[in-house]
Design a protein around this ligand. Structure first.
Ligand code: 0CM
Ligand code: SF4
Length: 335
């Protein structure tokens, strides 16, 4: 899935004056691409409006673009008219939401990222084995609400090492941990170490819960941060993985780092005395927004960006099965 291709050379002599480094990988992951295409295809197939529960992905440009094309974003299912089609966002939903949709006879298309679904399965398995599950994540984040909803009586949220002293479990020998997919890898390792110190028999998830895309974008930032006077992260404020990239950048040695939704949010003062600017974007960010940032920099005398490749990505997910079935039926009906 991921190949590490090593550290590129540092800035050449010609670049030492002013430079722009462009992190790779950045932007859309396989789960976001699938979720956005799901809404687009649903609009094409069923016609507008198509309802979407919560933001399909945490990016305000993606949401307003889909809104302009006929998607209606709602917070809860009681806002969806009976019998309408509703798409569940990439971040996943709890079984209670599926049940509510069935009760209201809504037609559902589940765009939950398969890597979030994997964590749901892990939660169900640990709960079936009667483990107390410590879910590392951010309170109020939709993914955490969906995962915790799989086994609410077994799961408790741990936001960081500061929460560990206050954890109560039924049996310290039967404790497992899971995590949100879009956390800081390093912070999560610290939290797990603190948990393990209290519960030495702590059971790990069968495979990494922090997904490949989150890991790769953090890896790419770590490689360029030490060479960056300024590292700009494109992403929305409620995008966990995007916000983490700013923290990772500062931790890894960027002199300054800011998150922007698009180039219009860049403050001219950030560029004062800056020679090397790096740019990256979160997993929910369309590439055109990054290109807008590069144009902004070019207009201010910065050279063409040099891509720095830290990992290769080739993962693609197929569309949700209920949508594939309907697309196939529509194609067959057309002949
Ligand atoms: O989880 P996060 O807030 O980072 O969501 P996002 O929509 O910005 O990124 C993709 C995902 C998922 C799940
Ligand atoms: Fe899936 Fe990871 Fe993308 Fe979230 S960030 S949608 S978990 S691939």
């Amino acid at each position: 899935m991921t190949t590490h291709v090593g550290m590129p050379p540092v800035l050449s002599a010609e670049e030492a004056e002013k430079a722009v480094l462009l992190a790779a990988p950045r932007g859309y992951c396989a789960g976001v691409d699938r979720a956005v295409v799901t809404v687009e295809e649903a609009l094409g197939l069923y016609g507008a409006p198509v309802y979407v529960r919560k933001q399909i992905v945490h990016n305000k440009h993606v949401v307003s673009d889909l809104e302009a094309r006929g998607a209606i974003f709602v917070e809860e299912l009681d806002e969806v008219p009976a019998g309408a089609t509703v798409v569940f966002s990439a971040h996943g939903v709890s079984p209670a939401v599926h049940a509510q949709a069935a009760e209201r006879e809504l037609k559902t298309i589940d765009a939950t990222c398969p890597l979030v679904t994997k964590v749901h399965h892990e939660a169900k398995r640990f709960a079936a084995d009667d483990y107390d599950i410590l879910l590392i994540g951010h309170a109020g984040h939709e993914e955490v609400e969906g995962t915790a909803g799989e086994a609410p009586e077994h799961i408790q949220l741990v936001e960081g090492p500061q929460d560990v002293a206050g954890i109560t479990v039924r049996d310290p020998k039967r404790v497992a941990w899971l995590s949100q997919t879009t956390l800081s890898v390093d912070e999560t390792l610290e939290t797990v170490a603190a948990i393990r110190e209290r519960f030495p028999d702590l059971l790990d998830p069968p495979s990494d819960d922090i997904c490949y895309a989150t890991q790769n974008r953090q890896l790419a930032v770590k490689e360029i941060a030490p060479q960056s006077d300024l590292l700009i992260v494109v992403g929305s404020g409620n995008s966990s993985n995007s916000v983490r990239l700013v923290e990772v950048a500062l931790e890894a040695g960027a002199r300054a780092s800011y998150r922007v939704d698009d180039a219009s949010e860049i403050e001219e003062s950030w560029l004062e005395g800056v020679r090397s600017v790096s740019v990256t974007s979160g997993a929910s960010v369309p590439e055109e927004l990054v290109q807008g940032v590069l144009s902004f920099l070019a207009e201010r005398g910065f050279p063409e960006a040099r891509a720095v490749h830290s990992a290769e990505e080739s993962l693609i997910f197929s569309l949700p099965k209920e949508l594939r079935r309907d697309l196939k039926a529509a194609a067959a009906a057309k002949g």
